[in-house]
Each structure stands twice: as C-alpha cells, then as structure tokens.
Design a protein around this ligand. Structure first.
Ligand code: FDA
Length: 393
C-alpha cells in the first residue's frame, strides 16, 4: 500500500504531525521502535509534563538561525496547545515563570494524542525498527523495516534527539538526514548538569544537597538565568545551571551570583559600624551557614568582621556575586534533557519543515537545530513543528 506519509518516531512532534495530517484526510502511519509511544512525554516534568510555556518567544530558542522557529511557533501557538489540553478535559496549572504542567499525570497528554490520532484515522505501529530510507522510482519513499517495507509519498523524520539512550533515543534521524544530503549542526547535550574537576569539587561536594536562588551567566555572553542552583556530588545542577548549559561551550567560565540583587559583602562591611564587628565574618552573611563558610574560605578570609580589610570585602564580594569557574564538562547524554544542534535549518523550509533539496522529506521536533529553554519550550517546538509539517505532507 502507498501511504501519504510515514512518520518515523511516535514522540511529541511525530504524533502531532500524524494527527494533523490524518485530520486533513491523509493516510498516515507512525512507526516507532519503542514498545510505547510518547515515552519522553510520560516521564517529562517530573511525571506531570511541562507541556508549554505562556511566554513562548522565538528568542528563547537556540539555533544557528534564530529566526527559523518563528514561522511554526506563530502558526501553532502555546494557546493553541493549551486549548487542546483544556478541550481534552486535562486540568493544568502554572507552576512558575509561565511553565504549564498537568495537575494529574503526563500520561494524560500521551493518551490525548493517541486518542486524537486514532479518531483521525492515523495508524500507529510500535516495536517496528526502521532501516534504510530511500527514494522509489515513482518519486516517493521506501522505508525498510523489520516488519517489511513501507512506501509513501512523504516521510517525516521525528525520531528526536540523542538524550537518554536508555529510553530509546538514537541518532537514526540525523543519519537519515545526512544520507539525504542535509547538513548537521554538531550536536551536544543541553539542559544538562555541569561537572567539575576533583580540585573544584572539593569546594562543591561539602555543599551537596543545598539549593539556592542564583543568577548564572557564561563568560563572554549577555545571557543569564536567575533560578534555582543545586550543589551535587558531581557538580552543579538546578534550573539556572541547566539553562546556562545550553549556552556554555568547553573552556569557558560560568559566572555565578549566589545572592542576586544584593551585595552581601557591602552589607557585612556596613555591619561593622553597626556594632557587629566581634561576630565571625561567615556568621553575618545572609546565606545558608555552610555556603557562607564556603564563600569566605574561597575568598581566603577568616576571623571576625572587625578584622577584615577593604580589599578583603572586595574579594568576598566577587566570591559571592561573581564566582567564576570553568566546568570540566557536562553529565552528557545520560541526563541531558535535550540535544542542541541538529539538522541545519538552512536546508529546511521554515513553514513546512521540508528539506529544500528533497521534496517530501520533512524533519520535525528535537532533530532540528532548534533548542528551547527549560520550561515547556521544547515541547512547544515539538507541537508547533509537528503541526506545521502535518499541514504540508
Ligand atoms: P521524542 O524524543 O519525544 O520522540 C522521538 C521518538 O522517536 C520516540 O518515541 C523514540 O522511541 C522514537 N525513535 C528514536 N529512535 C528511533 C529509531 N531508530 N527508530 C524508530 N523510532 C525511534 N520538554 C519540555 O518542554 N517540558 C518538559 O517538562 C520536559 N521534560 C523532559 C524530561 C526529560 C527527562 C527529558 C529527557 C526531556 C524532557 N523534555 C521536556 C524535552 C522533551 O521531552 C523533548 O524536547 C521532546 O520530547 C522532543 O520531541 P520529539 O518528538 O522531537 O522527540
């Protein structure tokens, strides 16, 4: 049988694309090597799926071409997805910073998509391992699989990024895109904890488990994120670190302000004249005690407030508000939430997500060199890009 479209990958973008294409009367089949569809949706957002963000704007996505995502994001918006979720009777709430989560379980989003796919007449085949994808003599495509060959007029690559291989992530989509001559922007783990050398860990490890509100930037860039920072046994994590990891490149320092909006060193210095001089320096800092002791030690200081010099307070200020440290690396694909880089947007049409040089081949979701911030941005890109391709196949 000749399908109108074969969608490879039953994740967020693939399911969305298949639903929309099937609603337009296209005969669509979705193939996935996993035993269950939408597994990353199911585990996302701590099991509650941060399915979009109220503040979606194109500048919150990283790409070699920052304008590329604009078309799909404006044609299928966060409000369109919110309306879909509400119509499905799924209760949701805003957690923080515009991030929308299910009140109940992420499973509800997967179930909604599978119901919609079924209702639209789309087919889903799980546990099917695709192999070579090639053009047929008729101008269509052939997809070899362990369940036989599939033929279609269009193929949509929706096999997602490389993160969490344990859950079925693979580099399949990148390889197929490359085989068709599409360029790939080098991929790297993003939204991922940062790790440090043993020497640096000596200062970080004793604070493991401690979480503070911090502002984190990266050397040489204007961007900075003010969110939680978590000290761990391996390094630094928490939302502010995951966010900056997407912008960090090896060798660069990250800059951490452990108490943004204040100058704790100046406040301490002022405390001297307010009669606090006899107190231990670490005790007057408005930080968790272990952290206060750590920033004082890192500044090479000790002793009473009264004993500190002007230069000492300046060093302390840098230790608290501009702690610069060069990560040894990231935790890698094992824990990264997304893949930065991917199919080069120069080779794709922004409206239809189709390959400019291969009519009928589309690439959607995380495979594309579009990577969102933490907080529902990546799912919105999956919904929007999937929707856009669904209108075109
Ligand atoms: P996705 O990964 O969803 O789907 C790809 C599909 O292709 C999978 O079903 C996979 O089995 C299949 N596949 C892969 N290789 C294949 C092959 N060789 N053959 C056949 N099938 C193959 N984002 C967000 O916005 N909010 C959030 O709360 C979270 N939370 C979160 C938590 C965790 C732990 C992770 C790892 C990621 C997130 N994300 C997130 C990111 C989000 O999950 C991700 O950006 C989207 O799922 C991407 O959607 P895609 O459809 O592109 O890929």
């Amino acid at each position: 049988m000749m399908w109108d479209a074969i969608v490879l990958g039953a994740g967020a973008a693939g399911l969305m694309c298949a639903i929309e294409a099937a609603r337009r009367g296209r005969r669509v089949v979705v193939l996935d090597h996993a035993r269950a569809a939408g597994e990353k949706i199911r585990i996302s957002g701590g099991g509650r799926c941060n399915f979009t963000n109220l503040q979606i704007t194109p500048d919150r996505f990283l790409s070699q071409n920052p304008r590329f995502a604009r078309s799909a994001l404006s044609r299928y918006t966060q409000q369109d997805f919110i309306d879909r979720v509400s119509r499905a009777g799924i209760a949701w709430h805003e957690k923080t910073l515009g991030q929308l989560f299910c009140d109940g379980s992420a499973r509800q989003i997967v179930d909604m998509l599978l119901r919609d796919l079924h209702a639209a007449g789309g087919e889903l085949r799980l546990g099917v391992r695709p192999g070579a994808v090639r053009r047929g003599a008729d101008g269509g495509f052939r997809v070899e699989t362990d369940a036989g060959e599939f033929a279609a007029r269009a193929v949509v690559l929706a096999t997602g990024g490389k993160s969490i291989p344990k859950m079925g992530a693979s580099d399949f989509g990148y390889r197929v895109a490359e085989a068709f001559g599409l360029r790939i922007v080098p991929t790297r783990p993003a939204l991922v904890p940062l790790v440090f050398t043993d020497a640096q860990l000596e200062a970080i490890r004793p604070l493991a488990g401690l979480s503070v509100h911090a502002r984190v930037g990266v050397e040489g860039q204007k961007i900075a994120f003010e969110e939680g920072l978590l000290f761990t046994h391996r390094g630094l994590s928490g939302p502010s670190i995951l966010q900056i990891s997407s912008y960090w490149t090896p060798g660069r320092a990250i800059r951490v302000d452990l108490c943004p909006g204040r100058n704790l060193a100046a406040e301490a210095e002022a405390g001297r004249s307010a009669g606090l001089g006899a107190r231990d320096l670490a005790n007057v800092l408005d930080l968790p005690q272990a952290l206060a002791r750590s920033v004082v030690a890192r500044a090479g200081l000790s002793g009473r407030l009264a004993d500190q010099t002007r230069a000492g307070f300046e060093t302390l200020s840098r230790s608290i508000h501009d702690w610069q440290l060069v990560p040894a690396g990231t935790e890698g694909w094992r824990t990264a939430e997304v893949t930065a880089g991917g199919v080069d947007t120069r080779d794709l049409d922004a409206r239809s997500l189709s390959a400019r040089s291969v009519p009928g081949l589309h690439v959607v979701g995380e495979l594309v060199d579009v990577t969102g911030w933490l907080g529902g941005y990546n799912f919105q890109w999956a919904w929007s890009s999937g929707w856009a391709a669904g209108q075109a196949v």
